[in-house]
Design a protein around this ligand. Structure first.
Ligand code: C2O
Ligand code: CU
Length: 411
């Protein structure tokens, strides 16, 4: 893949300069197979350093996209992804230190789907009835150019789905699997259909849930994914259904995410079985850990355990194969929302202080919201590799400003 700057028509009739993976905004969707290795050589034809991270991948630290492992302009790097993990909706994006927020905002992200032969027997909607919807917000200037200013989330009022503003999609009267991804830098989504129709949650960040969970809305903080099945068979041909965002800060402009137009009948042999994939038990915890997310007004900077990121410092040492319970607290004095993302593994959320866990939050997660003034607790174990991995807030403007820490997995 070649990373390069190009122009894309995002707003109708306008040409916007974007940063791309291989000329595509967002990047091309990569379809990997569980148990089969993917090797990607990334060539940097940009004018600045780049780093590629596979978000949700169980990847050796050398291939994880560590912020200091930069690909300089004109250079290339080969990333090896073993895909020794179950089917799941992942994504890849830039992770260059201090600049990932702007690089991702300008286009450097794409979907990475791990397909799993073990899922086939479930007969979930597949093929062209399995659709990835990468959702994000953006800000444009009067010339139709993307305008990035650090942390100016208030002005990012154009919603894009797969690089298009509030698009529509023609659907048949049948079930679809929709892979909903929050690829925004800082925006939270609360997604539902405008008629209150059911979305059946079937997978979280780490892949299939133990059992389907029906819902009328799902919440996603930046970086989170949920796969849902929507049965358009319940609508008449001619019906238009809007996927809406009713998050706390949604406005007139950011309410409509996209529209589904039911245009034809269809035979449907897919189903949503009662059992999907059992979750294994991580066992009792050998260690409990507390992590504090905050804002240090004296620096001023977003901090983790009082510190901004320093790649020379190891913030936590974790034993491979040993289960831990983490409590992550949001002690931000300004009441700013944060979430937490761990590289290298998936975790099981035990509780969040603001409300009961909802459907997909009970599945395998790599990113979860940290309630304002509260906490989230999860059970986690690193089984795969030793070495350094990041954990950070996935509001990318925050991590770019240093709201990031690293752990070292040791034998
Ligand atoms: Cu999606 Cu450290 O990132
Ligand atoms: Cu944050």
């Amino acid at each position: 893949m070649v990373m390069r700057e190009t122009e894309a028509e995002i707003l109708p009739g306008r040409r916007s300069r974007v940063l791309t993976y291989h000329g595509s905004f967002p990047g091309p969707t990569i379809r990997a197979k569980s148990g089969r290795r993917t090797v990607i050589t990334q060539v940097n034809a940009l004018s600045q350093d780049a780093v590629v991270h596979l978000h949700g991948g169980h990847v050796h630290p050398d291939h994880d996209g560590y912020p200091m492992d930069v690909i300089e302009p004109g250079a290339a790097r080969t990333y090896r992804y073993p895909n020794r993990q179950p089917g799941a909706t992942l994504w890849y994006h830039d992770h260059s230190h201090h600049t990932e927020a702007e690089m991702v905002f300008r286009g450097l992200s794409g979907a990475y789907l791990i397909e799993d032969p073990a899922e086939r027997a479930l007969r979930l909607p597949s093929g062209r009835h399995d659709v990835t919807l990468m959702m994000r917000d953006a800000r444009f200037d009067d010339d139709g150019q993307l305008l990035f200013e650090m942390d100016d989330f208030r002005y990012r009022n154009t919603l894009l789905v797969n690089g298009r503003p509030q698009p529509f999609m023609e659907v048949s009267r049948r079930k679809y699997r929709l892979r909903l991804m929050n690829a925004s830098n800082e925006r939270y989504f609360k997604l539902g259909l405008d008629d209150g129709g059911e979305l059946v949650q079937i997978a979280s960040d780490g892949g299939l849930l133990p059992a389907p969970v029906p819902a009328t809305s799902v919440e996603l903080s930046p970086g989170e994914r949920v796969d849902v099945v929507v049965d358009f068979g319940r609508y008449r041909v001619g019906t238009k259904i809007v996927l809406e965002n009713t998050a706390f800060d949604s406005s007139e402009e950011t309410r409509q995410v996209m529209r589904f137009d039911v245009v034809r009948g269809a035979a449907d042999h897919s189903r949503v079985p009662d059992r999907l994939r059992p979750m294994h038990d991580l066992g009792p915890a050998a260690k409990e850990r507390e992590v504090k997310f905050s804002l240090d007004m004296t620096i001023p900077a977003f901090v983790i355990d009082g510190k901004i990121f320093d790649h020379h410092r190891i913030d936590a040492t974790v034993r491979r194969g040993e289960t831990e319970i983490w409590t992550v607290r949001n002690e931000d004095p300004m009441g700013i929302p944060h979430n937490v993302h761990l590289h290298g593994t998936h975790f099981q959320v035990l509780e969040r202080s603001d409300r009961p866990l909802e459907g997909h939050e009970r599945g395998w997660k790599d990113t979860v919201g940290v309630p304002v003034g509260g906490h989230v607790r999860f059970r986690v174990r690193f089984d795969d590799y030793t070495g350094r991995y990041l954990y950070h807030c996935h509001l990318l403007d925050h991590s770019s400003m240093g709201m990031m820490a690293q752990l070292e997995v040791v034998e």
